[in-house]
Design a protein around this ligand. Sequence first.
Ligand SMILES: *Cc1c(COP(=O)(O)O)cnc(C)c1O
Length: 382
Amino acid sequence: MDSLQSFAEGKLAALERLTLKRTLAPTHRVDGVWVERDGRRLISFSCNDYLGLSHHPAVKAAAMAAVETYGAGAGASRLITGDHPLMSELEGRLAALKGTEAACVFGSGYLTNAGVIPTLIGAGDLLIIDELAHSCLWAGARLSGAETVRMRHNDVGHLEELLTARRGAFGRVMVATDGVFSMDGDLAPLDRLSAVCAAHDAWLLSDDAHGIGVLAGGRGSVHVFPGAVVPLQMGTLSKAVGGYGGYLCASRAVIDLIKTRARTFVYSTGLPPASAAAAIAALDIIASDPALCALPLAKARAFTAALSLPAATSAIVPVIIGEAQAALEASLRLRDQGFLVVPIRPPTVPEGTARLRVAFSAAHADEDVARLAAAVRPLMAA
Ligand SMILES: *Cc1c(COP(=O)(O)O)cnc(C)c1O
């Protein structure tokens, strides 16, 4: 057998032994809530489509009209011919929602972090990153070549200690965190983090993938904390916004620098015009309907109240099971009762904290939330 084949097979066998091999399950999302998998209809509590906008008639209509008029793809990088006029309209909407001077749209949230971080810091600089931050912040960290130090989760005192001890030895310093942690649903204390960063001349980057459209009337996690000043606010158009793409909101100068230097922007094809059109329509709904934006958190709170869990702070509620195999079995038992709740296992989450990650949508019926809570209760006791 050749070495490539034996490498792949050996690696897969090892993952299988640890129940860590992941497989795809073709899923037809019928609407914002219902999915079909293996010929079964299930209510999904695993989508990040928090407002059901991926299937909203106005969002779909905007995408379809843009395909008809402008075609299916952007044709080139935005710096060549891929900068469709819809892009600057979308960037204007994002900057307005977030309250920044400017914005830059990327192909995805992952590409945003992989491009922004290495553009702003590099060798000789310091990056401090929350230990539970999303994988793409770590990818950006590696690509930057900056010395990377992990900060204990949401531990502002630890950040203060690290900056006091190490700030002086470095040129530029960035602190990167999720605004809403994707596997735990808790919020970063952005007001206190931003105060410490300001005192030590460190640049705070928050990843609001799960905050936009959901928190603070849809404006996102930074706006939950009065007084928080976050100069680098990135996020995605693929969760509550319902489509695809990523963005950075920042000052005009930072955005101009990113657009001329970030490799994942310069060397990657622009977002399809239809994705921009869909995002514009979705952001219009978000900006005009704060009551809709409040629903995912309200549903999550009803769930945590029913199970006597700590009150939800976002649309995401983790139900920690422990071992990977047990989380898998818990998920199967929920599936038998008509719920899709995908188990999350290491290395996505730390060893021994495999969990059901329950994500709530404005489109979930209150009865379904109550039925899910009743189905989860015996799994927690077990
Ligand atoms: C999903 C996610 C991303 C990646 O966004 P995509 O647009 O899906 O690439 C980035 N950060 C966090 C915290 C996420 O949950």
